[in-house]
Write a protein that binds this ligand. Structure first.
Ligand SMILES: Nc1nc2c(ncn2[C@@H]2O[C@H](COP(=O)(O)OP(=O)(O)OP(=O)(O)O)[C@@H](O)[C@H]2O)c(=O)[nH]1
Length: 202
């Protein structure tokens, strides 16, 4: 049996994490879909990598994080990714809403938390800007350009997508699947050839 990669999908509350996952896996999300806040859900999908191999990925849809001010005011505590995800994740999909700059700020601290806790483990992180509205909007533009600049600095792949358009989600999901399942590297081992012992003639 092949390996199953574990990918944690996280970000601020209500940015569309569940919609993104449901859409890419089942294609059943429309603008009329009413989704409830997630506590935790697990999805298992077979995704074709860019090398054409089918790879099994287990996605952990996490409870949305609350911005610090809201969390303090409401007395809730989920401002941090629960610790057990840090131990199991091979990869992360960080989602923000391109209309909400605070959802991007939350990813900045989330990424620091992941880096601090990943120990020596290699993890693949990608960022998806979920474009809630189709309309042009200056706040959206500035959040998006802040996000791409941050991703460049952090060497993270950034994707702009929409949970309402399944086709826009394929690229990020194929990308992370391919990164987590690189083709086996060619061996540098040179087979021993049968050699003849050359007698020293001198
Ligand atoms: N119009 C529009 N609505 C969206 C989009 N993405 C999500 N929604 C809606 O926004 C609401 C919240 O989406 P969810 O996918 O539940 O968000 P979430 O990040 O999983 O939320 P939590 O589990 O509370 O953290 C749902 O009613 C979705 O249908 C989008 O791209 N466009």
């Amino acid at each position: 049996m092949g390996k199953t990669s574990k990918v944690v999908i996280c970000g601020m509350k209500g940015v569309g994490k569940t919609a993104v996952l449901e859409q890419v896996i089942y294609g059943n999300i429309t603008s009329k879909s009413e989704l409830h806040s997630t506590i935790e859900d697990i999805y298992v999908a077979n995704i074709e990598s860019d090398k054409g191999t089918r790879e099994k990925v287990r996605f952990y849809d996490t409870a949305g994080l609350e911005p610090l001010q809201t969390a303090t005011a409401s007395g809730t505590t989920n401002q941090q990714l629960p610790r057990h995800y840090l131990a199991i994740a091979d990869g992360y999909i960080l989602v923000y809403d391109t209309e909400k700059s605070e959802s991007l700020d939350m990813l900045v601290s989330l990424k620091k938390d992941i880096d601090k806790n990943k120990d020596k483990k290699e993890v693949t992180i990608i960022v998806i800007g979920n474009k809630f509205k189709e309309t042009e909007n200056t706040e959206f533009d500035s959040t998006l350009s802040k996000a791409t600049a941050w991703c460049n600095r952090e060497k993270l792949r950034h994707f702009t997508a929409s949970a309402m358009h399944r086709i826009t989600l394929y690229e990020p999901f194929v990308h992370i699947t391919s990164k987590l399942n690189p083709p086996p590297s060619k061996s540098t081992f040179t087979p021993l050839s049968m050699g003849r012992k050359v007698k020293d003639q001198s």
